[in-house]
Write a protein that binds this ligand. Structure first.
Ligand code: AMP
Length: 444
């Protein structure tokens, strides 16, 4: 199959030739004709499958072939994405595909000054990539009108809901023209996503290019069990032993990112970190340098987990497991992209067994475990069975309770502004429950 046989016009075929795309990926083969035919889409496609071109190419073709010239402060197509980084990345892809077409493209997101964005929108933009919060700000400040909008694309819709954007999405949805084409892309399909799809889509065509909630099978995954306090040492040991060239590392908290980066830099290792506390420009610079292979190790919270496209990234390390199991799929989706193979290693301590079992249930596989010589954990990580359930050992008879002892802290609420709390989102949207499932401390 060729891109030409999917009905794409010559200016787009030329852009694809420049980019070296020869054959459409499965999601492109399904999405391109359907979008060109004007259908709404509900697509289950992981990042790395080529989904951006799957929606952007037919979108650009429709915009180039039909519809009026864009009016001032108007947009003709809107691509909503969950994070600033993804906004930049999707915009860059759209810009490249549109290279030979007379269409304007732009990206808006929070964390940077709104004024230049307002100025730029004055002329109108054919394709606008936006994060939901900043889009609403611009709309409320009358920098944007939607009366010319003909296509809405929700990219990484599951992540938008995870980040607490459902209210913003509802507000945006209310001000968009009812007559429009809508395409919804999501790596995972929860009930909440299906509900959103039910409200937003009109007789959608469903596309599923990978089995539901299954991680890309081009990524070899395994777990190394270790005690929590020895994770940094184990990471450095594996880095040296494996002679890792370039690694994207995920840590749970902003403090965790900073501490690991500091430790690595202290050893003369070329490392940098990105998380939600860092200014946008610093985050982008770290990412650009990592992409250009000027940084060997990039440590990130899940802010960086979605959609970032780093060419030929061979290895992802989960220094901590993610709180939300779906994030595991997104994290490891940074490697093994576009047909390449990759590796994903998770350093797992006993505290994390419930997170591990949630991931194994979601991906419907037991992750192979290894132990590294000299790093065998003192606190054993309990077994999980093939369906990802923690295998419970028969209970020991209970000791009688004393008035002060014997109680466990079963859960605490952590404010998301706390740098030692799991970094859940690009802005504090909700409190995250953290359950202490770790081994009980011995009584003195
Ligand atoms: P995406 O899933 O949209 O983030 O795309 C993942 C990567 O695959 C990007 O680097 C794209 O440039 C690349 N890509 C997308 N479609 C193709 C194709 N048909 N042939 C080769 N590379 C592609």
């Amino acid at each position: 199959m060729t891109f030409a046989s999917l009905g794409l016009i010559e200016p787009l075929l030329r852009s694809l030739e420049t980019l070296g795309y020869q054959t459409p990926t499965p999601v492109q083969a399904q999405a391109i004709p359907a979008v060109l035919a004007g259908r709404d889409l509900m697509a289950a496609a992981q990042t790395g499958t080529g989904k951006t071109a799957g929606f952007a190419l037919p979108l650009l073709q429709l915009l180039a072939m039909e519809g009026p010239k864009v009016a001032s402060n108007s947009v003709r197509a809107l691509i909503l994405v969950p994070t600033r980084e993804l906004a930049e990345q999707v915009h860059e892809a759209v810009r490249q595909y549109a290279e030979n077409l007379p269409l304007s493209t732009y990206a808006v997101y929070g964390g940077v000054s709104i004024n230049p964005q307002m100025m730029k929108l004055r002329k109108g933009v054919d394709v606008l990539v936006a994060t939901p919060g900043r889009l609403l700000d611009l709309y409320r400040q009358k920098a944007l009108k939607f009366n010319q909008l003909q296509t809405l694309i929700l990219d990484e819709a599951d992540r938008m809901l995870d980040l607490g954007f459902s209210e913003e999405l509802g507000n945006i949805y209310r001000v968009l023209p009812k007559q429009r084409q809508t395409l919804l892309f999501s790596a995972t399909f929860s009930d909440a996503i299906r509900l959103l799809a039910g409200q937003m889509l009109n007789d959608p065509l469903s596309i599923e290019v990978s089995p539901r909630n299954v991680a890309a099978n081009t990524v070899k995954q395994w777990v190394v069990t270790v005690d929590k306090k020895r994770k940094p040492e184990l990471f450095i040991h594996l880095l040296r032993k494996g002679k890792w060239k370039q690694v994207l590392v995920f840590a749970k908290t902003r403090n965790g990112v900073d501490a690991l980066v500091e430790k690595l830099q202290g050893l003369g290792i070329n490392a940098d970190g990105i998380h939600g506390d860092k200014p946008q420009a610093t985050r982008q610079r770290a990412l650009d340098r990592f992409k250009a292979s000027e940084v060997q190790i990039l440590v990130a919270t899940d802010v960086a987990a979605r959609g970032l496209d780093i060419e030929d990234l061979p290895l992802v390390v989960n220094f901590d497991l993610p709180i939300v199991a779906e994030d595991y799929i997104h994290r490891i989706g940074r490697t093994g992209r576009a047909g390449n193979t990759g590796q994903a290693i998770s350093l797992v301590c006993a505290d994390e067994v419930n997170l591990l079992s949630a991931i194994e249930t979601l991906t419907r596989q037991a992750l192979p475990r290894q132990m590294e010589h000299d790093f065998e954990p003192e606190h054993r990580v309990p077994d999980t069975d093939a369906s990802g359930q923690v295998v419970k050992k028969p209970k020991k008879p209970k000791k009688p309770k004393t008035s002060s002892g014997g109680k466990r802290n079963l859960g605490k609420w952590v404010e998301s502004g706390d740098a030692s709390a799991p970094e859940p989102s690009i802005k504090p949207v909700r409190k995250v429950p953290v359950f202490n499932t770790g081994p009980r401390k011995k009584k003195p």
